[in-house]
Design a protein around this ligand. Structure first.
Ligand SMILES: [Zn+2]
Length: 475
């Protein structure tokens, strides 16, 4: 209680001189969050040599020390390296629980590709560096910090608050959200889910542009293009060649575009973005947000890769292999074509479109099967967009007004896929809300020298804290 009072007092003092500092988390929380963040970054959680369980256990130890125990704190998973953490902060039960998710695993990072050791937490020039600083151990650290803080403050929400930190979002066959939904749905069942791995808040230098709420995402599917041939001696070639067949099909794919589509969420996004841009782009964004969208504007915006990916299914060649000897006609040629399917479109229909575009009976196209831990094929299904629930929108708007007044809330569709797809498919509406700002023109997620702004991280703690309260206090 005392700590809370001190905080209120210091708030008033700050408010007089610099109202913008209202968003600051108390020093103690910042320190705790930084410690947790550092600990998470320095536990390697890659699929190849890392261990997600180590990270889950480390967070469980901290939560246990804060008072979480028994059935309110679980570490479990399908195997020793891929365990997930689930913690529950009990509420009055007046409403159904809210689930908060974050993934603990990170994409591979090689020391020789980086300027510094990717698994060493480093603060430099206003940034935290390390693999997972942007995707998404910053979000995990924020959630753990706030669950500890709320528990210690004796906060009584009007609904249970559930935290799930999970494995294999980035790859691997032991996806934690999927596993929890199948094996222990009761641990994480909720009215809706907030996923910190999505819904970026966009910042351009020092200007905070918008707070995203990701309510929809594209579906990830790989297709294999394959050409087989009897082969032969390369000194007597023919034009019937596996590599040429494949190359021709890929060249036709290069010049093909799927038809443009706009849904409720992207229309809203384009409309809001029009207000934040100028010139031709602004006019074009306005024109595609109209019903029906203006075809000339659609065509112009399609030249910008990001807008293009928001307006249609995209399919692109990402890997290539073929041949078996320099002096032999190839018997095989294969390519991986990665598609990001517009929400609601049928992956089987996309396959038929690809066959039509390839236009060569000697190129066989098939879906690359995704396997579950038991080796079974996971069927590809469409992911429904989540309805924009008024109580979530209201909580977001109120928290934004308190922390970053004037920053608009914009519903977004993610061009990539997140764990939100599992909860959406399971019937739990899911909203990606990063709770912190990222520099929109310098995303290093999955890349070299990944980093996140120190102040952005600290501001995020307070935003997330206020948002959790707004979602769980009876009005
Ligand atoms: Zn992520």
């Amino acid at each position: 209680m005392q700590a809370v009072k001190r905080w209120t007092l210091s708030l008033c003092l700050i408010a007089v001189s610099a109202p913008l500092l209202l968003a600051q988390a108390p020093e103690q929380q910042k320190q705790l969050a930084r410690e947790i963040f550092k600990q998470l970054i320095e536990i390697n959680t890659t699929d190849s040599v890392g261990n997600v369980t180590t990270a889950a256990e480390a967070m469980a130890t901290r939560l246990r020390a804060a008072g979480f125990s028994g059935n309110d704190l679980m570490v479990a998973g399908p195997n020793d390296r891929k365990k997930n953490l689930v913690a529950r902060l009990r509420g009055t039960g007046a409403r159904k629980p809210v689930l908060f998710i974050g993934h603990l695993d990170v994409v591979e990072a090689r020391r020789e590709d980086w300027t510094t050791d990717p698994f060493e937490f480093l603060e430099k020039d206003g940034y935290f560096y390390g693999r997972g600083t942007e995707d998404m151990k910053e979000g995990d650290a924020i959630l753990v910090t706030n669950f500890i803080r709320l528990k210690k403050e004796g906060y009584l929400p009007d609904r249970d608050l559930i935290l799930a930190l999970t494995a294999d979002e980035e790859g691997g066959t032991s996806n934690g959200v999927d596993w929890l939904l199948k094996e222990h749905r009761d641990w994480i069942d909720a009215e809706y889910c907030i996923n910190l791995d999505g819904g970026e808040f966009e910042r351009e230098k020092t200007k905070r542009l918008l707070a995203g709420i990701q309510a929809s995402e594209k579906v990830y599917v790989d297709y294999q293009f394959e050409s087989l041939n009897p082969g032969g001696h390369s000194s007597v070639p023919t034009s019937d060649n596996a590599i040429y067949h494949l190359a021709g099909a890929l060249a036709r794919l290069q010049s093909f575009s799927f038809p443009a589509k706009i849904n409720e969420i992207t229309r809203n996004y384009f409309g809001r973005n029009a207000a934040m841009t100028t010139g031709q782009i602004s006019a074009d964004l306005k024109a595609v947000a109209k019903q029906p969208p203006d075809p000339a504007a659609v065509q112009r915006l399609s030249a910008i890769p990001y807008y293009n990916s928001l307006m249609r299914t995209t399919c692109v060649a990402t890997m290539l292999s073929g041949g078996h000897a320099p002096n032999a006609l190839p018997q095989t040629a294969r390519a991986n074509v990665n598609c990001r399917i517009f929400p609601g479109e049928d992956p089987q229909e996309v396959l038929h479109t690809l066959e039509r575009v390839a236009n060569d009976p000697k190129v066989r196209i098939s879906v690359v099967p995704q396997l579950d831990p038991a080796g079974k094929v996971v069927p590809v299904v469409a992911v429904p967009p989540s309805p924009l629930l008024p109580e979530v929108i209201a909580a977001m708007e109120n928290t934004l007004a308190a922390v970053w007044p004037g920053v608009p809330l914009v519903a977004t569709m993610s061009t990539g896929a997140t764990d939100g797809k599992y909860t959406r498919i399971a019937g739990i509406p899911t909203y990606g809300i990063s709770c912190m700002f990222f520099e929109m023109n310098d995303s290093r997620a999955h890349g070299k020298d990944e980093r996140v702004g120190v102040q952005d991280f600290y501001d995020g703690i307070e935003f997330n804290y206020k948002l959790i309260k707004a979602l769980s206090s009876s009005h």
